[in-house]
Design a protein around this ligand. Structure first.
Ligand code: TYD
Ligand code: MG
Length: 468
């Protein structure tokens, strides 16, 4: 039999390479390859034993009860989970170090324990004293949850096997857990995968929900949460800028609920607080009557969210102009600038362009095109947008403004927050008349970007005429 060779495994995506190289061919990341001992070869234990039991195949029809849920009592978290944790399932919570993963899980664990369920919190990163200090800060010292500091998988499994009525187990973090049977260091792909598989198997067998914390690392010294995504039932990412108080919890995979659902939190001195009305929060610091600002009526998951988009143009000091984007796709910005130049006759090429989504939110919706365009045109003409107006619509390469989903929900949210006007794509009636807009909102249906630009040009004319 050929001798097993060590291989080099990308700590970001898990791809194996026969020899070391600077860049992973599979995912394109640099410096993420680490040497790992091979997995044992030969037939697996199941094939060796032979003579398995025949499984029974059934039809698709039949009744199945919804899975039993364990509400965490934190409404924003429960919504992202699709209605609470599911018994005998595994959830991965990923995010940058220091973003608040331990904080929210300690808060959730305390709520579940307070509801009379057995909760075990295994901390591999912090000593018991540190977790107690945090609990003190969060006002949770009276919580009946059980706490342990451990990193050896054998110890954790042995302890969990002795538990008969555990409802929730938190492992903070999976990258600190290690199995002594493997040669590779804790945090490598092999360790993280093997330990997670064992813990998830135990959760399914024993019927408790397990939450694994996984740090996102840019350096590639630890295996990222990505290598675990296919093993768990749900993956939540905790996002946000450490400079901002806002934290967004986003479901990217969920076998028991919708993905792209977000929960919004605010980091305070006493832990994470739920934000029930994110639009009001994201617009709180908006200042009316400045050019380069437009309000986008977006949809995050099932929820409409209004955010302010800010653009700034400044004359470029030679060389190629700068394009700086925070919270949006820079390729999309370049496309919009090209459309404004080629289809609407604006000249922006000599300017540095800065674009910012206020509040630290990241927007992925193409529906933001029209709002970004409004902010850019407003900045270029130095005319403020109407402060009571929201914008949404996708922009195509010929400058046409295209339909987006859930226009009614966006308009309702805008009306709720006191907006009185909306610039949006032409509404095409699907089999009859288009739904009536919510009361109090005037609609400006726009078919082409040139119409949007014309509105600002008109503003210029009006102001010039009004001037003495
Ligand atoms: P933490 O939950 O430890 O992050 P993670 O587990 O994702 O690494 O959060 C740590 C940060 O949160 C730290 O910078 C301090 C801050 N923090 C607060 O602002 N308020 C609090 O009540 C707590 C517990 C932490
Ligand atoms: Mg932590």
């Amino acid at each position: 039999m050929a001798k097993d060779k060590t291989r080099f495994v990308c700590q970001s995506c898990g791809a194996a390479h026969p020899k070391w190289q600077g860049r992973c061919e599979a995912c394109g990341e640099w410096n993420t390859l680490a040497e790992e001992a091979p997995a044992p070869r030969g037939p697996g234990p199941a094939a060796k034993a032979g003579g398995g039991r025949r499984v029974e195949f059934v039809g698709l029809k039949g009744s199945s009860a919804p899975p039993p849920r364990i509400p965490t009592g934190i409404a924003e978290l429960d919504r992202v989970l699709g209605g609470g944790l599911v018994a005998a399932s595994a959830v991965l919570v990923g995010g940058d170090p220091g973003i608040g993963k331990s904080t929210i899980l300690l808060q959730a664990a305390a709520r579940v324990a307070a509801a009379g369920r057995r909760v075990l919190y295994v901390s591999g990163e912090e000593a018991v004293e540190q977790v107690r200090l945090r609990a003190g800060r969060l006002g949770l010292t009276e919580s009946p949850m059980a706490l342990a500091a451990a990193t050896a998988l054998r110890d954790i499994v042995a302890s969990l096997e002795g538990e008969n009525d555990a409802a929730l187990v938190v492992i903070d973090s999976i990258q600190t857990v290690w199995l002594d049977a493997l040669d590779s260091a804790p945090g490598t792909v092999a360790q993280v995968r093997a330990c997670a598989a064992e813990l998830i198997r135990l959760a399914k067998a024993r019927g408790f929900a397990i939450v694994l914390v996984g740090h996102v690392t840019k350096e590639g010294t630890l295996a990222g949460p990505r290598v675990l995504e296919h093993m768990v039932d749900a993956t939540l990412y905790f996002e946000g800028d450490r400079g901002h108080q806002f934290r967004i919890l986003r479901a990217v995979k969920n076998r028991f609920g919708a993905t792209d659902e977000i929960g919004v939190f605010e980091m305070t001195g006493t832990g994470l607080m739920e934000v029930a009305n994110p639009s009001a929060l994201f617009l709180a610091e908006r200042r009316g009557n400045v050019s380069g600002s437009a309000v986008f009526a977006g949809i995050e998951g099932t929820r409409p969210v209004l955010v302010e988009i800010q653009a700034l143009l400044s004359p470029s000091s030679g060389g190629s102009p700068r394009r700086q984007v925070v919270g949006w796709d820079s390729g999309r910005l370049s496309m919009l600038l090209a459309v404004l130049e080629s289809r609407c006759g604006m000249s922006l090429g000599q300017n540095d362009v800065y674009l910012n989504i206020a509040g630290g939110l990241r927007i992925n919706e193409p529906a933001a095109d029209l709002a970004v365009a409004a902010a850019l045109v407003s900045a270029a003409t130095d005319r403020p947008t109407d402060p009571d107006r929201v914008y949404f619509g996708e922009v195509g390469l010929s400058g046409e403004v295209r339909q987006v989903a859930q226009a009614e929900a966006r308009l309702r949210e805008a009306a709720k927050l006191g907006f009185t006007a909306a610039t949006l794509p032409r509404r095409v009636a699907r089999g009859g008349k288009a739904a009536a807009p919510p009361e109090g909102i005037a609609l400006a249906e726009t078919g082409h970007m040139a119409d949007l630009v014309a509105v600002f040009a008109e503003k210029t004319v009006k102001r010039d005429r009004a001037a003495p």
